[in-house]
Design a binder for this molecule. Sequence first.
Ligand code: ADP
Length: 412
Amino acid sequence: MNSDKNHVSRGNILIVDDEPNNLRVLLNCLIANGYDARGVLNGEMGLKAALSEPPDLVLLDIMMPHMDGYQVCHEFKKNDNLKDIPIIFISAKYDSLDKVKAFRGGGIDYIPKPFQIEEVLARIENHLRLRQLQQELAQQNLWLQAEISQRQAAEQALQAQNAQLQREIRERERAEAELAKLNEDLARSNSELAQFVSIASHDLRSPLTTIKGYGQLFKMRHAQSLEAEGLRYIDRILDGCDRMLNLIDDLLQYSRLGKGGEQFSPVSTAEAVEEACQNLSLEINTNHAEIICRDLPVLTADFSQLRQLFQNLIGNAIKYRGEANPRVEVTAIAETEQYLFAIKDNGIGIEPESFPKIFQMFKRLHGPSEYPGTGIGLAICQKIVQLHGGRLWVESAPAQGSSFYFTIPILG
Ligand code: ADP
């Protein structure tokens, strides 16, 4: 074996031959040609040597005592660690029967004795090269197998993801269909409800007007013959009639919103506020309210809805007044895609917990004896703003006044 550190071996060769002369010649020749070569004199030793350090190639004599070359070769092929090592038979018995036996037993080549050393070297080199190529091929095969498995795994993962996605899509489609159906049902029941409210309100209005009319007539004609208690009762009846008429009017107004009757056109919000103030002139005068308007724009909207919106918000700002005379500021700021309106008052203010409540139908924070009202005004405002594609909200604190804000998109 070569102990030189810089020596690069051309291959590790094991020679098994019971003729010491042969062995020596081959060993010397192989070492001289750059191989790491070992030699043993019989088959058992050959197997042992191969097992302790598997060689790259074996030169195996056929005719040996105890265990001949065929048997040694058979043992090599039985062993998992040795079975792939190429074996070249060397023998004086150069007849075709032995060659066949040698190849069937797993030998890869056959060199007859006496041999020419150049031929031995050429065959060894060829077979080592062949073995190296086989090993490289096997390695490449392994890599290829690994890549195929990786691809298969990735494909499977992809398929699983796809299946999951398909499931999700189906689930979403089902949910969407369900939602569409619910929406349809909701729209139908909403429109039925609105129709019912509209019809019921309308039908309730006329008997109520009759009651109120006869009540007023009764009071006018019989006031002198009534005692104070009787007068109080009739006043209560008339008061109730007014409240009920207001409620019916508000309900009618609410139910008519969003029925496609909106007329969008460029309107002056200053004019809408002015008309709202005219309608509120009684409240403004009796409360000595001051209404200040600033920077009110022209925008695309439904004029009568906008007037109603300002009327409800300014009306509330006066109704829910504090000690001081009401002061209401109506302003607007142009933002990138919308106008931001603010209606600020110096009234009694609202607890923040009540903010979500006050926009709901019939939700009131005070009894009718404290402040008259139906609890529908802000619900109407909310619907008007929504119909214009905007948002309505409040900022307030008790005794700090309230600011109602709403947005109206600027239409291109
Ligand atoms: P209504 O005024 O008929 O009660 P709204 O829907 O207009 O009904 O208002 C709902 C509730 O919100 C009112 O009962 C009142 O408590 C509160 N609110 C509305 N506007 C104001 C305001 N400017 N200041 C204080 N409270 C207000």
